[in-house]
Design a protein around this ligand. Sequence first.
Ligand SMILES: Cc1cc2nc3c(=O)[nH]c(=O)nc-3n(C[C@H](O)[C@H](O)[C@H](O)COP(=O)(O)OP(=O)(O)OC[C@H]3O[C@@H](n4cnc5c(N)ncnc54)[C@H](O)[C@@H]3O)c2cc1C
Length: 435
Amino acid sequence: MAHPNFPTDNHGWAELLPARKPCPPLTGSHRFPWVVIGAGLTGLACARRLAALHPNDEIALLDARQVAQAASGRNSGFAMAVSHFTGPFDPAQSTEYKRVNSINQAGLDVLRNCISDGHIDCQWREEGIYHAAVDTMAVREHDNFVGYLNAMEVAHTNLNQDEVSARLGTTFYKCGVHVKMGALVQPAALVQGLADTLPSNVHLYEQCPVLEVTGNEPVSLRLNDGEVRADKVILATNYECGKLGFQRRQILGSTLAGSFTRVLTEDERRSLGNLSDWGVLSLHGGGATIRLTTDGRISLRNTAEYHGSVLLSDAELAKRQIIHREVFEKRFPQLSDVPFEFSWSGVEGVSRNSTNFFGRQQNNIYMAGGYNGSGVSRGTAFGTAMAEYASGGQSSLITDCLASAPATWIPPRPFLDVGAFFTVRSRFKGVGLDR
Ligand SMILES: Cc1cc2nc3c(=O)[nH]c(=O)nc-3n(C[C@H](O)[C@H](O)[C@H](O)COP(=O)(O)OP(=O)(O)OC[C@H]3O[C@@H](n4cnc5c(N)ncnc54)[C@H](O)[C@@H]3O)c2cc1C
């Protein structure tokens, strides 16, 4: 049963998977050396790394919802190795580009190893990522992006319209580029698989919201039906850290939405070319992300908005589906008879200056999160690094995560909604333009 402060719904990638029995919530009074709050990619990676660093410690991992119900199980499944920085290549930013890409790649390495060691069946395909342009603004951005890839010596293949069409089965894009690093994944299967293969000294409690955090030595956590005292606490709660009194004015939730077709027939798949699966990102920040999944569906996401940091209702989702349909049919007119089977929304943490959060909040309380729509590999890296940092470790990954710029301030109510609206709009500048 979902807690009213932590709502969820039944629209998402988890609905495509066999039903999974959640772990029961924690009740009564307990003491743990380590508590991780939030079992998304950040929290799962953090708990796993803590378990390896402290094999004799019991680690509690508490999530308000069932695993895979939040952004980590509802994203578009692009595990990035190389980030796209909008605008012309700036040599003065090379160190920053390298820092972010090193973090991405560290997360990708962790995910690959977990999937392989745990035999996690999550449609993981490490065949790189396409980026494509539709309109003039995006075509300009394509040239910027290729300039950056060349300067940073990132392996890629530049593609003209015919080459994109031959690979993806659509003439809609004017040009594109295939970056050889990066993976695609079924996000809910990944997160459930990670949760179900945790080390034995990690204890996962689902549908177990932390309602209040007080004190430092130890930190006290109030639960629905119990309490926990912890020596150290890691907040891996994404934009919901504000509900516990942390970073209220620095991070907010942007609501994104997408749709899936049914599984395509053999003929329909053949109309898309020879590749068994692919994923294409728009060269507009926040523009349409489209995939042919390995199980033969087209999945797309093309709306991003400020919606009070909550999921869309069924009626709102039905309206967004009209936009998704337009995006789909323009790209794949040959599939215009193929219906959508699902539409879904998800909420992701964004900050005004697109930074990420990594560090100590108070004595014995740490936080990692807020990836502005790109947290599959980065969240995994941040979670891993946070376990090491909170354990007193030092590494280049920790240094890279700590170098995230401080977050800029988001104004309080009554200006919050306006500020939030503009924050999300500027973060996803151009969203919808590539319809
Ligand atoms: C529609 C959509 C598409 C996206 N596509 C991509 C993509 O293709 N590639 C990419 O890299 N990124 C993408 N993202 C972003 C990515 O999903 C996120 O950055 C990433 O999943 C964040 O992981 P996380 O673990 O930090 O947060 P979350 O996945 O949000 O997990 C936080 C967890 O904390 C729990 N929690 C919060 N408060 C409490 C509390 N008080 N007590 C207990 N538990 C609590 C929540 O229930 C939740 O499970 C997308 C996001 C969305 C919404």
